[in-house]
Design a protein around this ligand. Structure first.
Ligand SMILES: NC(=O)c1ccc[n+]([C@@H]2O[C@H](COP(=O)([O-])OP(=O)(O)OC[C@H]3O[C@@H](n4cnc5c(N)ncnc54)[C@H](OP(=O)(O)O)[C@@H]3O)[C@@H](O)[C@H]2O)c1
Length: 257
């Protein structure tokens, strides 16, 4: 991407709206807070499975929690329909949902730990949910004006960058996410001319998802969620038309597929 553009076209501006899905998570919650603090947005729709538990941050922008379970297409479609009826006009949609481990299962270290139920659950949340969100939320995007659909991916989803192996479900589901979003980036501009679809790597961020794996992270390389959110929003603002369909890190550098 062009990291030196002096005045890139903006996703935000007076009256701008954003949708963040995964608002209960470390990165998603920080994105909601950062957008709410920004005078450049007037409204942020904060989606998660248990919206009643969200404590909306205060800021110039209004935060409106809504319920969505990305593993349930009826829930995704219902959420999109309710937002449409409420008049939501987002210029930014961020898919900040993901799973790496749960209470019972750590990421696979070897083939023998592969398990169909775990693969299915990981692909559903990390990849398929983003495609369902693109399918049902696309109608909310503007027909002509600039907008961004960003999926939070992970560098470990890069096939070209994979030298360590392991983490079968997470790596492969993020690679699948990247391909799904690349497809979306080709189709969406046919009906939404100004929409850019990208995958973004947030860096290693201090959240529940990364908590068990932070031991080997070099000093200074573990970002707070607030910092990660600011960096991601900065990359989003600097995206240009040639960046549609790309995979970028937190500093705007492209990542090999
Ligand atoms: N943290 C890192 O170092 C790092 C690095 C690279 C990439 N990422 C990516 O960044 C994204 C956000 O991760 P995070 O670090 O913020 O993790 P996190 O704090 O664990 O948040 C994960 C989010 O995903 C949501 N989620 C899981 N299953 C869902 C479902 N079926 N429907 C709706 N929401 C669901 C969780 O909601 P509940 O609260 O309802 O469970 C939560 O909001 C993920 O895609 C992750 O892969 C993170």
């Amino acid at each position: 991407m062009n990291t030196t553009a002096a005045s890139p076209p903006r996703t935000s501006g007076p009256g701008a709206e954003a949708i963040v899905i995964g608002a209960s998570g470390g990165i998603g919650g920080a994105l909601v807070a950062e957008i709410a603090r920004s005078p450049a947005f007037s409204r942020v729709h904060a989606g998660c499975r248990r919206p009643q538990t969200l404590e909306p941050p205060t800021g110039p922008a209004t935060v409106e929690p809504f319920g969505i379970d990305v593993a349930d297409e009826a829930s995704v479609a219902g959420a999109a329909g309710r937002l449409a009826r409420a008049g939501a006009r987002p210029s930014l949609v961020v898919y900040a949902v993901g799973v790496l481990h749960d209470d019972r299962l750590a990421p696979e270290k070897k083939l023998g730990e592969i398990d169909l139920a775990r693969l299915t659950a990981g692909f559903t949340v990390n990849a398929f949910g983003a495609a369902l969100v693109a399918k049902h939320f696309a109608a909310l995007l503007p027909r002509r004006d600039r907008a961004v659909f960003a999926a939070i991916s992970a560098r470990v989803g890069s096939i070209g960058d994979n030298r360590l192996g392991g983490w079968y479900t997470y790596r492969a589901s993020k690679a699948a996410l990247n391909m799904l979003m690349r497809n979306v980036s080709i189709e969406l501009p046919r009906r939404h001319r100004g929409t850019l679809t990208v995958c973004l790597h947030p860096g290693t961020v201090d959240t529940a998802l990364s908590a068990p794996f932070q031991g080997g992270v070099p000093a200074g390389s573990l970002f707070s969620p607030d910092r990660a959110a600011r960096q991601l929003l900065d990359v989003i603002e600097r995206l240009g038309p040639d960046d549609n369909g790309g995979f970028f890190a937190w500093d705007g550098q492209p990542i090999p597929w």
